[in-house]
Design a protein around this ligand. Structure first.
Ligand code: SUG
Length: 441
């Protein structure tokens, strides 16, 4: 088998039963804007499953990552809340509701932040490498890596093919938010790629964002490239524009997307665009890369953030037509005139898009998570794909079982006050036990 037989898999985060709106992510305008709203975890999970099924029905490879167990009682203990679980929940709710919400967050649904992934075609030891993101920029997200690392080691367990590293050490200098800030440009999935790491800040930066924090450190990107064994001459490190971060672009995938050799970027996405384009062209030549720029007068930074145009899932079309890509965009992009018009332009005439499908992932969107946030891309050869844990592949049977599980175990209404309800904790434990049975079936 040659590496050319490799294909891309989408691993979506299965949305957990504690999905809620706590306004925990400063710099993510949807999260802070919806703080305190009542969520519907059941609808959220079903919307996520609808999207996964849609992708699978297009003939693409679809898997999922399990929700992390919540609440993280050990974190509440570490934060000084003692006693039995009911007492811990009640006192945390009364004294520090944001800490309780952090320990209850279902944020590992945004699988694009689970890890950075390098396919075997790119790595020195020809294994698929994963670095789970340390997610240290926000307390609630910093509680994800331990469980995420475990889940990745469970799914990609065969060490002959896979290497799941530990997350990077916990320090702001190595702040890492995973694949949301990484793009792999290549003409075929199984060919070696050029790895583009987009960072928000570095130790040497002079031009940082002013209003909102940047989340990805250059030093984290450099460490990942080293530990994955990527060829230095096939790695490119470029800075996000501070202006974009200050407009609510907390991850690069909110302002740029790519698949294979197609890149669609907003003109204000990057701080050093000219040198970036020069380097990209040096690697590919003008003909083998399709770089499309969306100008500010076509879609403003604000509309890009509001519509999540760039957080659409750009996928390889499985139809044998001349256009190679399709888009899964959030309904919010259809409702935004400028975003809709931009998609029309890209699908008309010689545009690269064969189709644009608008899907409803509103429950996630209200926390700043669009279609692309909800999935982790993993390029696998057929042999590697055969070695993953089959329980995490979204077959039609598994999909039906997961839908029934969500309907049986999820609430359709969750407010922040509900988080102190001890019954909720027991419901979630029962849900996780039932999920294990589905994974084993
Ligand atoms: O990290 N929202 C997530 C959204 C992550 C989106 N992912 C990508 N762009 N790839 C975040 O800000 C909000 C949770 C809350 O407020 O309750 C939250 O964590």
């Amino acid at each position: 088998m040659t590496k050319n037989d490799a294909d891309e898999w989408q691993f979506d985060g299965l949305i957990g039963p504690t999905h809620n709106y706590a306004g925990l992510s400063y710099g993510n305008v949807a999260s802070t804007g919806n703080a305190g709203a009542v969520s519907n975890p059941r609808a959220a999970a079903l919307q996520g499953l609808d999207k996964m099924a849609f992708v699978r029905n297009l003939g693409l490879n679809q898997g999922f990552l399990p929700p992390n167990p919540r609440p993280v009682l050990s974190a509440l203990h570490a934060l000084g809340f003692t006693g039995n679980p009911a007492h811990v929940l009640e006192t945390a709710y009364n004294q520090a509701p944001e800490l309780l919400a952090s320990c209850y967050s279902a944020s590992n649904m945004w699988a694009a932040n689970a890890a950075t992934v390098s396919p075997s075609a790119d790595t020195a030891d020809s294994r698929v490498h994963f670095t789970p993101a340390n997610l240290i920029s926000n307390l609630h997200r910093s509680l994800e890596p331990i469980d995420t690392t475990q889940a990745l080691r469970r799914i990609f367990h065969n060490e002959r093919f896979f290497c799941v590293h530990d997350p990077l050490p916990v320090t702001t200098r190595l702040s890492d938010e995973g694949a949301a800030n990484h793009m792999r440009v290549t003409t075929a999935h199984g060919e070696p790629g050029v790895n583009i790491f987009v960072y928000g800040a570095s130790a040497k930066n002079v031009t940082n964002s002013k209003q909102y924090p940047s989340r990805q450190a250059l030093e984290a990107c450099l460490a990942i490239a080293r530990r994955h064994g990527l060829a230095p001459d096939r790695c490119l490190f470029t800075q996000q524009s501070p202006e974009a971060i200050d407009s609510g672009v907390f991850h690069h995938d909110v302002i740029g997307m790519n698949s294979l050799n197609l890149m669609i970027h907003h003109e204000q996405a990057l701080a050093q665009k000219p040198s970036f384009l020069q380097e990209i062209r040096k690697h590919f030549g003008a003909d083998s890369i399709d770089y499309i720029e969306i100008r500010n007068n076509e879609l403003s930074l604000n509309d890009a953030v509001k519509s999540y145009f760039f957080n659409s899932q750009l996928l390889q079309s499985t139809n044998n037509n001349t256009k190679s890509f399709i888009i899964i965009a959030p309904s919010e992009a259809e409702e935004n005139q400028a975003a809709r018009a931009a998609f029309l332009r890209l699908s008309a005439g010689n545009g690269p898009l064969a189709a644009v499908h608008y899907l409803n992932v509103r429950e996630s969107m209200r926390n700043g998570g669009g279609p692309a946030c909800l999935r982790l891309r993993v390029v696998l050869t057929e042999t590697e794909a055969a070695a993953i844990h089959p329980g995490f592949v979204l077959t039609p049977t598994k999909e039906q079982a997961l839908r029934a599980w969500v309907n049986a175990h999820y609430r359709d209404r969750l407010s922040l006050a509900d988080l102190r309800d001890h019954a909720l904790l027991q419901e979630i434990q029962a849900a996780h036990e039932a999920l294990e049975e589905i994974l084993a079936a």
